[in-house]
Design a protein around this ligand. Structure first.
Ligand code: ATP
Ligand code: MG
Length: 347
């Protein structure tokens, strides 16, 4: 069977380090592994409009920002097809057919939908389109016959819903759709990176992010202002590393060679954590180390981004070409779907 990846991001803002460790970094590794025959990376503008209907300019502006972030991280248009969701209208038609295979109560039970409704204060005024976005996500995944979907942990309920739609469709209309597998980060800290404010998730909508495009100085300021253990008041006090965002970021980003380079008094992260836990290690020292680690990781990404920022014409041309390629693939699947559903009247 063809090994195919489908994944994507909503153009609601520039991408941040949560996206990087939760999904982007993995995509680049999978892309370069040579194990996949086709890779599709979608900028989900139609999905972004489900909760930004009144801000089309925001969605439009962020298409290029997300594309720049992709290229900066090492997504290679020679190996991966980057495309814009709304340029593939076949996805909308698939969504419409899949809607018949899902109940309202099933979507209501989706934990990510629940959490996002609460986060956006939608409660009694949920846009129908927003409510249905898990179904449209199933259309995105199945249109490309994706076998693998590398995403962050918040996407797990979406993948479960997608698999249910696949099974239901194949049961009712005959074996047509491909069953996808989710690929989660293998590093625990990367499943859901917290915000610099200590909130459970770094999110564009919450404004608690370190962006991939942040300048060195902004990164340093953000790191130095980060939430840590609130009870670790004096250097000699014992501190907590569990749930402490500074240590979670170190879990996500730091490698043994960073100690040799920036903090040679310690061999590794376990030693640093042990010192913090028993007391005698100040937050400022740990934050300075984290800042060095992040600067080392993000510096080259920012430089590559600057190159592409000066070549946006090429980036738009790449998006146009990618969208055409994606559309051709989705049209094939739609043809099979229509055939299976017996709505291919004229041959
Ligand atoms: P929005 O607030 O508009 O929903 P977002 O920051 O949640 O934006 P998405 O575009 O919804 O970003 O998510 C894109 C991908 O990044 C998904 O695979 C998601 O699981 C992953 N992701 C987002 N935030 C984090 C995070 N804090 N930690 C790990 N992965 C994340
Ligand atoms: Mg999100």
């Amino acid at each position: 069977m063809n090994q195919v990846i489908l994944t994507g991001d909503r153009p609601t803002g520039r991408l941040h380090v949560g996206h990087y460790v939760g999904s982007l970094e993995r995509r680049v590794r999978l892309q370069n592994s040579g194990e996949f025959d086709e890779i599709y990376i979608m900028i989900a503008d139609a999905q972004a409009l489900t909760d930004n209907a009144e801000h089309p300019e925001k969605v439009r502006q962020n298409i290029i920002q997300v594309a720049l972030d992709y290229l900066a991280c090492g997504i290679d248009p020679e190996k991966s097809t980057i495309f814009i969701q709304s340029m593939v209208p076949e996805l909308t038609e698939l969504t419409f057919y899949y809607m018949n295979l899902v109940t309202v109560s099933r979507v209501q039970r989706n934990p990510t939908v629940k959490a996002e409704i609460q986060m956006r204060n939608f409660e009694a005024s949920i846009p129908v389109g927003f409510f249905c976005y898990p179904i449209s996500q199933a259309a995105d995944i199945t249109a490309f016959r994706a076998t693998a979907v590398p995403v962050g942990e918040d996407q797990l309920p979406m993948l479960e819903q997608c698999k249910e739609i696949v099974h239901k469709f194949n049961t009712v209309y005959g074996e047509t759709l491909t069953d996808p597998q989710i690929i989660l980060p293998d590093n625990q800290a990367c499943l859901r990176l917290p915000g610099i404010d200590g909130k459970a998730k770094m999110s564009k909508s919450l404004g608690n992010c370190i962006y991939l495009s942040d300048e060195a100085d902004e990164i340093r300021k953000k790191v130095m202002s980060m939430f840590t253990d609130p009870n670790h008041l004096r250097v000699e006090d014992p501190g907590k590393v569990d749930g402490n965002p500074v240590f979670i970021y170190l879990d996500a980003f730091c490698r043994p060679e960073h100690f040799q380079e920036f903090l040679p008094d310690y061999q590794n992260l376990d030693e640093l954590k042990a010192h913090y836990t028993r007391g005698g290690l100040g937050d400022v020292k740990v934050k300075k180390f984290l800042n060095n680690v992040l600067q080392a990781e993000l510096g080259p990404i920012r430089e590559r981004r600057k190159y592409w920022e000066a070549h946006t014409d090429e980036v738009y041309a790449m998006l146009k070409e990618g969208s055409e390629r994606a559309r051709a693939k989705a049209a094939e699947t739609l043809r099979d779907v229509r055939h299976a559903m017996q709505i291919d009247y004229f041959g």
